[in-house]
Design a protein around this ligand. Structure first.
Ligand code: CO8
Length: 257
């Protein structure tokens, strides 16, 4: 597929990389780049050779938010019928997405980062939700996901008090998995994705589904959901192979089915 605002590649076998590439606007998310990102994620999701996806921007900016120039010309009714506001396409990606975040991750950029399954940040990463300064509020999960990640008090300060979280603060608050120097964060994210991609993919998919349910369901319903996926895993050839390989003291050969 031909893209204008993103780049895609397979840096190592099993890993798909999606890179936001709109440097003149610090990767601000307009309708086109957002559509291209979701198209590329879906293409890697359907690709049987890919086991995990890395989503990144530039060293200077993952994304400085939704495109303010585009939003300044729109209105509520247009937004409601515009698929720019429907980010559920990203929620439906079944393979793990590892965000490699450097520089600005503001507004919609922070929200898109938080929709990833794991985050690897550079030391220069800055996470913020400055929408209030534009007279609006976060619209792609910021009030919900940031609050769940770092707690109410810190989330309130980020959204109301014009405070960006540094990479170190994001790490301490549990928003990101790891922080590395800007020279290595992307490679580290690719390494993590490669490790995930080497795991049996049906089990990986079932785990991603169940962990995401933990953010939505009560404990009893969540445990029921987990148990169903657990039983489902016992229907896979990889379960047979994984346990046989353990007993035979050899490396498993995954079939991803
Ligand atoms: N939208 C459009 N253009 C942008 C944006 C943006 N969010 N951010 C930066 N740019 C552009 C600038 O206009 C500038 O372009 P130009 O050279 O043509 O004037 C270029 O990028 C470089 O930016 P700066 O010169 O401002 O760079 P600085 O290094 O001086 O500053 C900042 C960097 C601090 C990141 C600054 O650019 C800034 O404050 N940007 C806006 C940040 C912001 O407010 N983000 C939140 C936007 S609102 C939002 O995201 C709502 C999410 C809703 C999601 C809804 C989906 C359902």
């Amino acid at each position: 597929m031909a893209y204008e605002m993103i780049l895609t590649e397979t840096p190592v076998p099993g890993v798909g990389l999606v890179r936001l590439n709109r440097p003149q606007a610090l990767n601000a998310l307009n309708a086109q780049i957002t559509r291209e990102i979701f198209d590329a994620l879906e293409a890697f999701d359907k690709d049987d050779t890919i086991g995990a996806i890395v989503l990144t921007g530039s060293d200077k900016a993952f994304a400085a938010g939704a495109d303010i120039k585009q939003m300044s010309e729109t209105n509520a009714v247009a937004m409601m019928s515009d698929d720019f506001t429907d980010w559920s396409r990203m929620s439906r990606i079944t393979k793990p997405i590892i965000g490699a975040i450097s520089g600005w991750a503001l507004g919609g950029g922070c929200e898109m980062a938080m929709m990833c399954d794991m985050l690897v940040a550079s030391e220069s990463a800055k996470f913020g939700q400055p929408e209030v300064k534009l007279g609006i509020i976060p619209g792609a999960g910021g009030t919900q996901r940031l609050t769940r990640a770092v707690g109410k008090a810190v989330a309130m300060e980020v959204m109301l008090g014009d405070r960006n979280l540094t990479a170190a603060e994001a790490l301490a608050g549990g928003l990101v998995n790891r922080v590395y120097p800007v020279e290595t964060y992307l490679q580290e994210a690719i390494n993590l994705a490669a490790k995930v991609a080497s795991m049996p993919r049906v089990a990986v998919r079932l785990i991603k589904q169940a962990v995401n349910k933990a953010e939505e369901l009560g404990l009893t319903e969540g445990l029921d959901f987990e148990k169903r996926n657990f039983y489902l895993a016992f229907a896979t050839e990889d379960k047979t192979e994984g346990m046989k390989a353990f007993v035979e003291k050899r490396q498993p050969q995954w079939k991803n089915r």
